[in-house]
Design a protein around this ligand. Structure first.
Ligand code: SF4
Ligand code: SF4
Length: 451
């Protein structure tokens, strides 16, 4: 009995399915966070993530100061955007979005020498004096969005729908995506600020139970956090097994609380809400210092980079500036926004710039030699799918362009595009690509019918 309880409490927790890609984090895990040089020009997209694009409120020729609002939220699911640098608006144009590839409005600002904050922000605030509504309002004003990938507006996530309650806040320190170390470095270098950010979230949601989930390949961060929260009975630290996608909301909640919910549901249905480490730091900055979200830590890594590291990068920095800062080796064949599992390979880097959700840029070398083959029904992908789907059937239906059937009979829309199936596939089938294409086509059909 005692042994069983000891094992339960001390063994890293996990979930069913998943894969074990090489984590490749040693390239940058010991590189301290440093400030990247300020870009001469930034290209700030008005669509930073999920939700309605923001509306520009500046025009060509306007002078803007760092932190000034340059685009406002247009609907409930939309966010404010602030000038990442001081300077002059050169133009408002269209540029490719690094995640969706769609041409998106971009506010182009040419930098001046001044890098001071605009009036009314970067002021010290007494957190204890703020009400939950004050916190939500300030987070909205600061343009905070989820920085773990989807970039959903954080003030919306902090406003529970009527009739819904949660009892647990989870801070996601898993960072299970290979290569990326921006969250790990922040957990080590910004420990206290992140824990304060978590307390701000708990206060805003009136929840007094929180967990910080950290994967077992980040022991330095785990120990730093343990000693920082030691005297707080409301915050517990959960050691998680190193497995991909341990940091996805469903898998994180299952591993930490044992609760499950459908792939199409939100964590709310399990009484939980999950925040990424970078977002939590941005929340602390917004509340403690009234600072808007204009920069973030980005891991620039891969075997194609001369000087990889973790850099503080202003939103809208051209990727070409960053790659010339770190230096490229010969033979680079791929530039990916994000990590190798869920990141997006860029067709061209010209005109591509960072957004609030850019946590990593991975640059690789060497030619890919594999050719996709027919499915041999080995079943490995079925065992790996953390959502209980049948990727083999999904890929066959999508390949045959039977998208409707894939949706109705094989739950296409429940696929989170985590990439476990593609990674494990014996026949090297591009399953995620096939799924994405199918979803895109179904979405286009739906829009056509609505129009
Ligand atoms: S990409 Fe989709 S089908 Fe493949 S393992 Fe992930 S959730 Fe399952
Ligand atoms: S892993 Fe690949 S080859 Fe094996 S069943 Fe799945 S899709 Fe088919």
């Amino acid at each position: 009995m005692f042994i069983r309880r000891w094992l339960k409490e001390n063994h890293p927790r996990t979930f069913r399915g998943g894969v074990h890609p090489p984590d490749c984090k040693s390239i940058t895990q010991d590189k301290k966070i440093i400030q990247a040089p300020l870009p001469e020009t930034v290209y700030v997209l008005t669509a930073q993530g999920i939700g309605t694009p923001s509306r520009p409120i500046v025009k060509k020729g306007d002078t803007v100061e760092k932190g000034q609002v340059i685009a406002e939220a247009t609907t409930l699911i939309s966010s404010y955007i602030h000038a990442p640098i001081s300077g002059k608006v050169k133009e408002i144009t269209f540029l490719p979005h690094p995640v969706t590839g769609a041409r998106t409005h971009a506010i182009v600002i040419k930098r001046c020498d001044d890098d001071e904050w605009t009036n009314g922000i970067n002021e010290s605030v007494h957190i204890n004096a703020l009400s939950p509504d004050d916190i939500r309002k300030q987070i909205k004003n600061a343009g905070i969005v989820g920085m773990g990938g989807a970039s959903f507006p954080t003030h919306v996530k902090l406003s529970l729908p009527p009739g819904k309650t949660i009892d647990t806040v989870i801070l996601n320190g898993a960072e299970c995506e290979p290569y990326l170390t921006c969250d790990y470095r922040q957990m080590i270098e910004r420990t206290q600020e992140i824990i304060e950010g978590l307390r701000i979230i708990m206060k805003c949601l009136s929840v007094n139970n929180a967990y910080i989930g950290v994967e077992a390949n980040k022991m330095a961060a785990y120990e730093k956090i343990i000693s920082a929260v030691n005297d707080d009975p409301n915050i517990k630290v959960a050691l998680l097994k190193v497995k991909y996608p341990q940091g996805a909301e469903h898998q994180l909640i299952k591993a930490i609380t044992g609760r499950e919910f459908k792939p199409t549901q939100l964590p709310l249905e399990a009484g939980c809400t999950v925040y990424n480490v970078s977002t939590t730091y941005a929340i602390w900055e917004a509340i403690r210092w009234k600072r808007p979200l204009i920069e973030r830590v980005v891991t620039i890594t891969g075997d194609g980079i001369e000087n990889p590291g973790n850099f503080i990068v202003r939103v809208g920095t051209p990727i070409e500036d960053l790659l010339s800062m770190v230096g490229l080796k010969k033979g680079v064949n791929k530039v990916i926004f994000g990590g190798p599992m869920m990141g997006i390979a860029q067709q061209s880097i010209s005109g591509v710039c960072t957004i609030k959700g850019t946590g990593g840029i991975l640059v690789t070398r060497g030619a890919e030699t594999w050719e996709p083959r027919a499915c041999i029904r080995c079943g490995k992908c079925i065992n790996a799918c953390p959502y209980g789907l049948n990727p083999s059937e999904l890929s066959i239906l999508c390949e045959a362009q039977k998208f409707q059937q894939a949706m109705e009979e094989r739950n296409l829309m429940e696929c989170k595009e985590c990439g476990c199936c593609t990674f494990i596939c014996t026949s090297k089938r591009p399953i995620v690509h096939l799924v994405k294409t199918a979803k895109f086509d179904l979405d286009r059909q739906k829009k056509r019918i609505q129009a």
